[in-house]
Design a protein around this ligand. Structure first.
Ligand SMILES: Nc1ncnc2c1ncn2[C@@H]1O[C@H](COP(=O)(O)OP(=O)(O)OP(=O)(O)O)[C@@H](O)[C@H]1O
Length: 260
C-alpha cells in the first residue's frame, strides 16, 4: 500500500447558523510527514480538526485516498482517524495501562493475542517515557502526565490519520521535544498522516514539513516552514513583529520581538 493522502475540498463547517470555515480546499496532505496547523485564537483550527475527525457536521468532501470520510459513521471514521482533543477527560476510573490497552483493542477488528496487546501497550507507554505510570489511575495524574497518557492511547491505535490538538500544551520543555520527536518518528515509520495544532510557531517550524496557517477559517499560508512562516505573514496574521532566521544548526528560528 502506498502513502495515504487526505484531500479536503470545498469544506464548510459551522455551529448552527454561524459559519466558521467556508469553502476551504487544501492540496492533499500526504502521509509520512507532519503537517502543523497554526493560526491565532479562534481561527478555526479545532473546528477543522473536529470536522476531519467526523465530530462536527461538514459540507464538502474529505477524502482519505478513495474513501469519502464525510459519509462514514462516527465508528467508521474512528477506524481510520484518531483525534486527541485539547481538553482531556478528567475522571476516568482506569489505570494508564488499562486505558492504553482498551484504546488499542477498540481500534482493531482483527484478533491479537493478549501477550501482544500487553506488549504493544507497554511499548507505547515506554516511547513516551511513562512506563512507570502504568499502574497509576488516570484521575491521579498531573495535567502533563494525563496529556502523555492520552498521547499513548492515540499512538497505540496505529491510525492512518492522527489528529492532535495542542498535544504539548501542558508539557515541560523536555517532554514537549520528546513528544514532537516521537510524533515525527511515528509519521515517518508508519507513513501515517499527522496533523497537529500548535501555538508554538518555532516548534511547528522545527518539526513539521508542512505548515498550514489558518486565519478566520481560511488558509493564509500553506507550504514548507520557510515559505509559510515569514515576518510579513506573522505581522499580517498574528500582529507581531518577528524575525525568521536560520541558527548555526540550520534549523529555522522564529524570534518574536513585540506585538504590534
Ligand atoms: N461548540 C461551539 N459552538 C459555537 N461556536 C463555537 C463552538 N466551538 C467553537 N466555536 C467558535 O468557532 C470559532 C473557532 O473556534 P476554534 O476552537 O475552532 O478555534 P481555534 O483556532 O482552535 O482557537 P484556539 O487557538 O483559541 O484554541 C470561534 O469563534 C469559537 O467561538
Amino acid at each position: 500500500m502506498g502513502t495515504p493522502k487526505l484531500s479536503i475540498e470545498a469544506l464548510s463547517v459551522g455551529y448552527g447558523r454561524r459559519k466558521i470555515i467556508e469553502n476551504l480546499s487544501l492540496p492533499a496532505i500526504a502521509g509520512g510527514a507532519v503537517t502543523a496547523l497554526i493560526g491565532p485564537n479562534a481561527a478555526g483550527k479545532t473546528t477543522l480538526l473536529r470536522a476531519l475527525a467526523g465530530l462536527v457536521p461538514a459540507k464538502g468532501s474529505i477524502h482519505l485516498d478513495d474513501t469519502e470520510l464525510t459519509s462514514l459513521s462516527v465508528a467508521g471514521h474512528a477506524r481510520h482517524v484518531t483525534y486527541m482533543p485539547q481538553a482531556l477527560p478528567q475522571r476516568v476510573a482506569l489505570t494508564v495501562f488499562e486505558a492504553t490497552l482498551s484504546a488499542l483493542m477498540s481500534a482493531r477488528d482483527d484478533a491479537i493475542s493478549t501477550a501482544e496487546a500487553h506488549e504493544r501497550a507497554l511499548h507505547a507507554l515506554d516511547r513516551l517515557g511513562i512506563a512507570d505510570l502504568a499502574l497509576r489511575g488516570l484521575d491521579e495524574l498531573s495535567g502533563g502526565q494525563r496529556q502523555l497518557a492520552s498521547l499513548a492511547q492515540s499512538i497505540v491505535r496505529e491510525p492512518t490519520v492522527l489528529l492532535l490538538d495542542e498535544p504539548t500544551s501542558a508539557l515541560d520543555i523536555h517532554h514537549q521535544l520528546r513528544v514532537m520527536q516521537l510524533v515525527a518518528e511515528v509519521a515517518r515509520e508508519r507513513g501515517i498522516i499527522v496533523v497537529i495544532v500548535l501555538h508554538d510557531i518555532a516548534q511547528a517550524a522545527r518539526y513539521a514539513q508542512r505548515i498550514v496557517l489558518l486565519e478566520q477559517g481560511a488558509i493564509a499560508a500553506d507550504g514548507p516552514p520557510d515559505e509559510a512562516i515569514t515576518p510579513a505573514t506573522l505581522a499580517r496574521v498574528y500582529k507581531v513583529e518577528a524575525r525568521v532566521e536560520r541558527c548555526s544548526h540550520g534549523t529555522l528560528q522564529v524570534i518574536v520581538d513585540r506585538a504590534v
